[in-house]
Ligand binder design. Structure first.
Ligand SMILES: Nc1ncnc2c1ncn2[C@@H]1O[C@H](COP(=O)(O)OP(=O)(O)O)[C@@H](O)[C@H]1O
Ligand SMILES: [Mg+2]
Length: 276
């Protein structure tokens, strides 16, 4: 896949060798995006992070594992997946990102009650039955909360790091803390915190508070911005629709900081040399 943009120099991505060893898939890093509860902008951050990473020239996948509200297809502007090939699910592709969603696999508008084993199996299929191809980064949009999905995901796939999304208010920070505690229990390094919808209406500072409580870094503060939500509704993420906007720049800086954090948590792991 060709690089979409860029002014950014493609860099050698960091590399988490546990993923290929455990799953047998050529994915270099898995980034799990979590929040204590829904509606804080977890999917918005996941989508814009994924597209920003792709705009640096990286190969990027996005996995919508939110079984309760799989809305990545709407945000990416694609509402069905390509036909199955040789028994494998083929990811949809938009804005330079390959993506797969629970929303493609579930009957629309049907409330499903997920029992643990069913959920586990569904998450497993999103890795083993999808032809992801080579990826530098797989961004996973988790369901809100700290329950079974995080556990299943961490059991199935080595997560290179977790990103916590919070709103500015203290109640949201309390939720974020629970999300982070789940990662800590699962021994998933926390890459950092993103404060979303910051500004006059909801205030600001929750991200800083959450980060300092968790001993983590505040990696970005995204303002409450009508263009961010409108572009999500239109299926063209703000980083693609208006790359010069403040919000898009914030997401682009976030993407670079996430890569730096991944490099830090991967320690001295060197990418394998590829002869081309
Ligand atoms: N920075 C922002 N400014 C304005 N609206 C936003 C922002 N971030 C998210 N939204 C909107 O808030 C709603 C919830 O965001 P979403 O990403 O779906 O949250 P979650 O995945 O955590 O449930 C969506 O309508 C989205 O467009
Ligand atoms: Mg969501």
């Amino acid at each position: 896949m060709a690089a979409q943009n860029t002014n950014d120099q493609p860099q050698t991505p960091p590399f988490d060798p546990r993923i290929e060893a455990k799953l047998g898939v050529p994915i270099k890093n898995i980034i799990a995006v979590a929040s204590g509860k829904g509606g804080v902008g977890k999917s918005t951050v996941s989508v814009n992070l994924a597209v920003s990473l792709a705009r640096t020239g990286a190969q990027v996948g996005l996995l919508d594992a939110d079984i309760y509200g799989p809305n990545i297809p709407i945000m990416m502007g694609v509402d069905e997946m390509p036909p199955v090939e040789e028994g494998k699910l083929i990811p949809a592709e938009a804005h330079g990102v390959r993506f797969m969603s629970m929303g493609f696999l579930l009957p629309p508008e049907q409330a499903l009650i997920w029992r643990g084993p069913m959920l586990h199996k569904a998450i497993q299929q999103l890795f083993s039955d999808v032809r992801w191809g080579e990826l530098d980064y797989l961004v996973v949009d988790l369901p809100p909360g700290t329950g079974d999905a995080q556990l299943s995901l961490a059991q199935i796939a080595p997560l290179t790091g977790g990103l916590i999304v919070t709103m500015p208010q203290m109640v949201s920070v309390a939720d974020a803390r629970r999300g982070a505690a789940a990662f800590e229990q699962l021994e998933v390094p926390i890459l950092g915190v993103v404060e979303n919808m910051s500004g006059e209406i909801f205030g600001s500072g929750g991200g800083e508070t959450a980060a300092s409580e968790l001993g983590a870094t505040l990696l970005g503060t995204v303002g409450l911005d009508a263009d961010v939500s409108a572009s999500g509704d239109l299926g063209v993420p703000i980083v693609a629709a208006r790359p010069e906007s403040d919000a898009a720049r914030t997401f682009s800086v976030l993407a670079h900081k996430v890569v730096a954090q991944l490099r830090a948590v991967s320690g001295g792991n060197q990418p394998q040399l590829r002869i081309v």
